[in-house]
Design a binder for this molecule. Structure first.
Ligand code: AMP
Ligand code: ZN
Length: 474
C-alpha cells in the first residue's frame, strides 16, 4: 500500500520510500528523565506508536530507536546556558542525579506500558554512549567545524555548515530570533551550540566525564546524532519528535551528522504538534504544574481513554486538553467496549472474508495516508453499527482496529464479559432480593438505600422488564 507522510524537510506530503525494501528504521527523541513525563510528551510518544503500527500493518520490519536523555542539559537549551535540568531536578527531589534518572525512567515506562505502546527495538541511555559522543565531536573537530570558548566548552560553528536550518526553511539569520545574549556572547554565531561543556572549576558536578578537552559533559544534541548513527547506520528512514524540536535540536543534529554521513542523513522528518493546556499554551515540564498519567489514573480513567483522545486528533494539529473532553471520550470508549462485549457474547457465525478485507484495507489505507487515526475511529463506528455485517466479521475487524490503534477494545471487552458473568455472592443476592421486594411494595426509599448498599459493595443492579441482573462493577 502507498504510504504518505508529511516530511518537514521538504514541507510536502510525500510517498514514503524505504532505504531498504520492506524495512524501516526510525529514531525518536525520547524523554528527559528529570521529572514526570506529561501528557504532551506522551502525545508525541503515542504518535510514534501509531506510526510504528502503521508500518507493521503494511508488513514492514520495523527497527525503532528511542533514547532516554539522562544527562543533564541546561534550562536554556537554545543557547546552552542556565541551570542543569538534572541537577535542578535532583535538588528539588533531594536525591542524586543518577537516582532521579532511574526513578523518572521507571515512571515513564509505567506510563508507556499503561498506554499500551510497543517497546522500542532499542532504548539507549545517553550516559551509556559518552564515548560515541566524544568520538563524534572529535570527528567534527578534525573536519574544522568546532572552536573552543575558554572556560565554557567546545562549540559547533554553524557558519561552516551551509545547509544550517534547512528543516525550518531557515537560514542562519532566520534562526537568530531564538538566540539570547549574555554568557554566550563569545559564540561566533548566535546559532552556534555546545558540543562539549566544561565542568565548572569551582564546583563538582554529579555527572561528568573525562574527554580530550577536559572534564565535562556532552551538549544536548550530541547524543541523538551519536546514538542514531550507531544503532541505525549512517543513513536511515525517519526521525521524529515534537514540533519544538525542529528549529534548534534537529537543526543541530543535522549539522553535526551530515558532515560525517553526507546528505541526506535522514530522509523523512516527522514533527508532532503540541498538546495544549487549558490556557491554550504548550504543556511543558518547566512550568512546574503539568498533567501526567497519575492525574488520569487518579481520576479513575482507563489510560486507554487518553490514547483514544489522542487518536481522535491528527498529529499535524495542536490538541487542547480538558477534563470535559476526557469525560466525553470516556463515554464513547465505554460504549464501544460494551458493543464489543456484546459481539463477544453473541452467536459468532463465520467471518466474511470479502467484507473483512474491504474494511481492513480501508482502515490501513487511512493510517497509511499520513496517519489518519481519526478516520479509523470513524470506520469503526460505521462498521460496528452496520446491519450488513455479521458479528464474527465485526469482531475480526475490531481486532484490526486494536492492531492499528492499540486501543485494547478486545481486552477490555473480554474483561467486561468476565465481570458480568461472575456470580454475585449470597449476601449481595439477598440484598437484591430485599430490594426487589421493597420495589414490589412501592417502598422506593428502602429500594434506593439497598441499591446504594449493593453499589458500595462493588456490584450494580441492572433492571429490565423481566426482572434484574446483578453485575460486578468494572
Ligand atoms: P522532553 O522529555 O521534554 O525532552 O520531551 C520529549 C518529547 O515530547 C519531545 O519529542 C518533545 O518535542 C515532546 N513534547 C514536549 N512538550 C510537548 C507538548 N506539549 N505536546 C507534544 N509533545 C511535546
Ligand atoms: Zn533528539
Amino acid at each position: 500500500m502507498t504510504i504518505k507522510l508529511y516530511n518537514t524537510l521538504t514541507r510536502k506530503l510525500e510517498e514514503f520510500k524505504p532505504l531498504e525494501a520492506g524495512k524501516v528504521g526510525f529514531y525518536s527523541c525520547g524523554p528527559t528523565v528529570y521529572h514526570y513525563t506529561h501528557l504532551g510528551n506522551l502525545r508525541t510518544f503515542l504518535h510514534n506508536d501509531f506510526l510504528k503500527r502503521m508500518f507493521l500493518a503494511n508488513g514492514y520490519d520495523v527497527r525503532h530507536v528511542m533514547n532516554i536523555t539522562d544527562v543533564g542539559h541546561l534550562t536554556n537549551d537554545d543557547d546552552d546556558s542556565g541551570e542543569d535540568k538534572m541537577e535542578k531536578g535532583a535538588a528539588r527531589d533531594n536525591k542524586s542525579v543518577w537516582d532521579i534518572a532511574k526513578f523518572y525512567k521507571g515512571e515513564f515506562l509505567r506510563d508507556f506500558n499503561d498506554l499500551n505502546m510497543i517497546a522500542p527495538t532499542v532504548m539507549p541511555h545517553a550516559t551509556d554512549y559518552i564515548a560515541e559522543q566524544i568520538e563524534l565531536v572529535q570527528k567534527l573537530e578534525k573536519m574544522g567545524y568546532t572552536y573552543e570558548i575558554p572556560g565554557d566548552g567546545i562549540y559547533y560553528d554553524t557558519s561552516k555548515f551551509a545547509a544550517y536550518g534547512a528543516l525550518t526553511g531557515g537560514t542562519l539569520s532566520g534562526n537568530r530570533a531564538g538566540a539570547r545574549v549574555g554568557f554566550n556572547d563569545a559564540k561566533r554565531n548566535p546559532t552556534d551550540f555546545a558540543l562539549w561543556k566544561f565542568s565548572p572549576t569551582d564546583a563538582k558536578r554529579q555527572m561528568e566525564w573525562d574527554s580530550p578537552w577536559g572534564v565535562g559533559f556532552p551538549g544536548w544534541h550530541a547524543e541523538c546524532s551519536a546514538m542514531s548513527m550507531k544503532l541505525l547506520g549512517d543513513h536511515f528512514d525517519i526521525h521524529t519528535g515534537g514540533e519544538d524540536l525542529s528549529r534548534v535540536h534537529h537543526a543541530n543534529e543535522i549539522a553535526q551528522s551530515e558532515p560525517i554521513t553526507g546528505a541526506p542523513w535522514v530522509n523523512t522528518w516527522l514533527h508532532y504538534s503540541f498538546l495544549l493546556d487549558k490556557s491554550g499554551e504548550k504543556m511543558a515540564k518547566s512550568k512546574g504544574e503539568f498533567l501526567g498519567m497519575d492525574a488520569v489514573r487518579n481520576r479513575g480513567y482507563d489510560p486507554m481513554v487518553y490514547r483514544y483522545f489522542v487518536a481522535m486528533g491528527h498529529y499535524q494539529s495542536q490538541l487542547a486538553f480538558s477534563w470535559e473532553t476526557m469525560d466525553a471520550t470516556a463515554k464513547s470508549y465505554a460504549n464501544l467496549v460494551r458493543r464489543v462485549s456484546e459481539l463477544l457474547n453473541s452467536e459468532k457465525g463465520q467471518v466474511d472474508d470479502t467484507v473483512y478485507n474491504k474494511w481492513r484495507n480501508e482502515m490501513i489505507e487511512a493510517m497509511s495516508d499520513n496517519l489518519k487515526t481519526a478516520s479509523v475511529l470513524v470506520l469503526l463506528q460505521e462498521f460496528i453499527k452496520s446491519s450488513d455485517i455479521n458479528d464474527a466479521t465485526k469482531l475480526a475487524l475490531v481486532h484490526v482496529v486494536d492492531e492499528l490503534l492499540g486501543l485494547q477494545f478486545i481486552d477490555r471487552a473480554t474483561k467486561l464479559v468476565a465481570l458480568e458473568n461472575e456470580s454475585a455472592p449470597a449476601e449481595i443476592v439477598a440484598l437484591a432480593e430485599k430490594r426487589a421486594a421493597a420495589k414490589a411494595n412501592r417502598d422506593w426509599a428502602t429500594a434506593d438505600a439497598l441499591r446504594a448498599e449493593i453499589d458500595a459493595a462493588g456490584w450494580t443492579i441492572l433492571d429490565s422488564k423481566d426482572g434484574y441482573k446483578i453485575v460486578k462493577k468494572a
